[in-house]
Write a protein that binds this ligand. Structure first.
Ligand code: 5GP
Ligand code: ZN
Length: 112
């Protein structure tokens, strides 16, 4: 079985598991986090499976830059362009899904 067949976010991207879509294009998909940590909490994922941000940066730096642009556009709509962008990387940093995802936290003033 390939990595992606067993991956929660690959299944969400494929529409096999429902999600609340915020944005999509040819290479990226953005959806609401099921357990929001801010008024607006969106996850942005590349459609292609990479385990974490370091793998993505190495294999496809343009896609990492694209994810940053998508984050900015979501925050422009939701909260005058202010947001926090987080990539938990590794179990001990709280990564639970091993398909790279950017957490976009916005929609309200965030605690420091
Ligand atoms: P991590 O802990 O790996 O950085 O982030 C995984 C995120 O995915 C968590 O914030 C969690 O709430 C979210 N999540 C886990 N399962 C699902 C799901 O089935 N649907 C959605 N929309 N979010 C999920
Ligand atoms: Zn995946």
């Amino acid at each position: 079985m390939s990595e992606s067949q067993d991956c929660l976010f690959c299944k969400i991207i494929a529409g096999e598991i429902p999600s609340t879509k915020v944005y999509e294009d040819e290479t990226a998909y953005a959806f609401k986090d099921i357990n929001p940590k801010a008024k607006v909490h969106v996850l942005i994922v590349p459609r292609r499976h990479y385990a974490n941000v370091a793998e993505l940066a190495k294999a496809d730096p343009a896609e990492l830059a694209h994810i940053a642009e998508v984050a900015q556009s979501i925050a422009d709509k939701e909260f005058h362009g202010a947001y926090r962008l987080v990539f938990n990387t590794g179990l001990d940093a709280g990564q639970t899904v091993f398909h790279v995802h950017a957490h976009v936290l916005t929609g309200e003033k965030l605690d420091e």
